[in-house]
Design a binder for this molecule. Structure first.
Ligand SMILES: NC(=O)c1ccc[n+]([C@@H]2O[C@H](COP(=O)([O-])OP(=O)(O)OC[C@H]3O[C@@H](n4cnc5c(N)ncnc54)[C@H](O)[C@@H]3O)[C@@H](O)[C@H]2O)c1
Length: 331
């Protein structure tokens, strides 16, 4: 039995791989180690996996569909795939639209084409995003809500991935689960996300930009809760009853919408320093609030997020201090 994890050197993919290896699975990691953010961080995450029994790694661009299909065909024992590789980030999609189509549309298609050729495939779990809820104002966001109003190209590609999955479920009966992650943070996190950006600026004594004058709410989800949700989903392929495609979509969020200013306060306390805040207008592509309805995830996946930002952010800041060699108590 072996599991492919795409984006294995990424934030969520490296944590998922670690947990799967710890329970004795064979993990085939794929990542192109691109420089969207510091590849040294990706290498450092990968270094924790390399050499562990059951782990192998392929440096591969998933948009290279011939290479993806050839790899999958060469490993017929693969029975599950966790597809997390993507061009992430809402703001970058405003200035660099093409990598989103390459990774999130062409790459997503390549992974499904590869899966179609696996004789033992039982489940493909892939990452979607809370950003698919776009301009929706009904809170919390529920999986049944209409999601036809994306406000960033990133969101549009993530929604496209869901629709493509539905189509492949219909055409080829591929069992698939899409997971809409809500703002994930924690150790080994992404440098382009708020927890990392704020912590870095605070330790470097630089100001932070607070968008929409601070009037933002986010459902921040701790990495361990996300990983538990991914693994729970992986273990529960949707049954194929012969009717609707065996494809489901779930929210993975903390089910708490936190004020951005409170989130910043908790980071300040964890860093033991105050942030200098510059209040700015709303950014194009951003949404004002996210809040996950997780009833379906609770019911079908036993998903139960356990980590508040008061617990999770200090753990992130501890990791940050250690990784970046920040010493002292701050001032
Ligand atoms: N972190 C969040 O808050 C969040 C929220 C919603 C959705 N997601 C989704 O979850 C998944 C994982 O996100 P993450 O936060 O770990 O991001 P990440 O950027 O840390 O990880 C993604 C990994 O995919 C790799 N990758 C990108 N394009 C590739 C390509 N063409 N071929 C091969 N590898 C490629 C990158 O090198 C990276 O290591 C993504 O699909 C992302 O869209 C994340």
């Amino acid at each position: 039995m072996s599991i492919v994890v795409t984006g294995a050197a990424g934030f969520i993919g490296s944590h998922v791989s670690k947990v799967l290896l710890a329970r004795g699975e064979t993990v085939i990691g794929i990542d192109d180690l691109n420089d969207y953010y510091d590849p040294a961080l990706k290498q450092a995450r990968l270094a924790q996996l390399t050499g562990q029994p059951g782990f192998s790694f392929h440096k591969l661009n998933i948009a290279d569909h011939a290479a993806v299909v050839a790899l999958f065909e060469s490993q017929p024992a693969i029975d599950r795939v966790v597809h997390l590789a993507a061009q992430a980030g809402v703001r970058y999609s405003l200035t660099h639209p093409f990598p989103y189509i390459d990774a999130n549309v062409t790459g997503h298609l390549a992974i499904m084409e590869g899966c179609r050729r696996l004789p033992k495939l039982t489940h493909l779990v892939y990452a979607s995003s809370s950003s698919v809820y776009g301009g929706n104002t009904k809170l919390p966001f529920a999986v049944e809500d209409p999601v036809e109003r994306p406000v960033s190209l990133y969101a549009a590609t993530k929604r496209a991935g869901e629709l493509m999955a539905h189509c492949y479920g219909h055409l080829y009966r591929l069992p698939m689960t899409g997971l809409r992650f809500f703002t994930v943070y924690g150790p080994w996190g992404r440098p382009d996300m708020s927890a990392y950006i704020f912590t870095k600026a605070i330790f470097e004594g630089k100001p932070i930009q607070v968008f929409n004058q601070g009037n933002m709410q986010r459902d921040f989800t701790y990495i361990d809760d996300i990983v538990a949700g991914v693994v729970a989903a992986l273990d529960r392929p949707p049954p194929d009853t012969g009717g609707a495609p065996p494809h489901r979509v779930y929210n993975l969020g903390n089910h708490r919408s936190e004020d951005l200013l409170h989130f910043i306060e908790v980071i300040e306390r964890s860093c033991n320093r105050k942030a200098e805040k510059i209040f700015e207008d709303m950014q194009p592509g951003d949404v004002q609030a996210t809040y996950a309805d997780i009833e379906a995830s609770r019911r079908d996946l036993d998903f139960e997020p356990r980590t508040s930002i008061e617990e999770g952010l200090p753990r992130f800041v501890d990791w940050y201090r250690h990784y970046h060699g920040v010493s002292g108590e701050g001032g």
